[in-house]
Design a protein around this ligand. Sequence first.
Ligand code: HEM
Length: 411
Amino acid sequence: MTTLSLGENIPTRFAESTFRANPYPVYTVLRRCAPVMQMEAAFGGHPWLVTRYEDVVSALKDPRFSSDPRDMGLQNRRMNAWWMPRVFGILQNSMITNNDPAHQRLRSLVHLAFTPKRIEQISGRVEQITHELLDQAGRKNRIDLIRDFALPLPLTVISDMMGVPQAERAGFNRAVAPFLESLAGSPLKILAQYPNANRLMSFFERMIALRRAEPQDDLLTALVQAEQAGDRLSEDELLSMIFLLLLAGHETTVNLIGNGTLALLEYPEQFQRLHDDPDLIERAIEELLRYANPVEHGNPRFLTEDVTLHGVTLPKHSHVLLMIASANRDETVFEHADRLDLARQPNRHLSFGLGAHYCLGAPLARLEGKIAIQALVQRFPNLKLTIPAGQVPWRTAIAVRGVKALPVQMN
Ligand code: HEM
């Protein structure tokens, strides 16, 4: 095992809001001195962190880095422990936590709904939601950009696509947000989420019953029908698919819009540049994905055999975190990696992962990001933070990377 003293207590600080605000100096040291390092996680276990770009790329394509938690062996199988609420176990068995061919079978049931062509067809609706939210924000003037814009936009879009009734949407987010935070905490913190877990389960069951009774032209109906066809989707797979799509469909994009806006406010000359040259938006979104990192690390990987990296042998069953946020700031790949440059090209960031599990929702996230950021910058050129950037509170949820609130003045 690599032991390292950085003057930084990474293990205990990893999930803290202050560390999340700016983990990059620590990642820089890790890439240079300990590109593969084991830590003791507050959420249990001893995951290895892989921080260099080339290593993250290789691992994402390497079948020895399994996505299936059953490859973790006997250690830390707390998700299957008797005291664990059922919903946590269900979460563990979706396309993202399976290897091919099981992964491919699940992905193929929904991938057609997320192709760039299908997504382009909903751009008018995304524009409409964006401008409605910004109209309201403009009238209020002082808002929390997360609560009033960055969150409701992707939540509305994915709920529309799935067919979640209006009245249920906010309740789903209220249950899911603390649930995600708890996964980064101790078993006690997870158990405290038991009522929320139950709320989520009954929400899914209500959705399924609704579509069984009254099929509609939406993804929920398509999934319920796949489950009814028996051999295509089991009931647990149906529950986990709905959960994954709703969760991944908004818990990440909110951070692209939130962290992206914060980055633009911290670099006013880049904000101005985009305002003056709207055609920059395609490249700007890629750079905000790279620089602002809506996802800190990919889904955990588990080794199917011993793997040696930079002279360190990681034993079979090791739990490995591929640190996308670090890879995206790797100075050996990106010139002036810590600088926001909206015109950056090429920009081979890893924000949507790579390989078999490459983000299914990437076309949707890009579309939402482009429309949201463009509208915000063009309509509100005087947008500013109402607190110092250093006081913006960061979430401690596992895997994703985003701010809890972003207080801004629109005009
Ligand atoms: C800026 C927004 C987003 C970011 C940064 C992002 C990032 C990622 C990453 C890094 C992965 C790969 C995880 C891994 O290999 O461990 C992934 C997978 C996935 N994402 Fe996204 N995502 C975003 C938006 C979305 C949206 C809008 C959806 C819509 C439903 C979505 C659905 C999925 C699904 C279903 C997977 C699993 C794919 C598979 O296992 O084959 N994502 N995402």
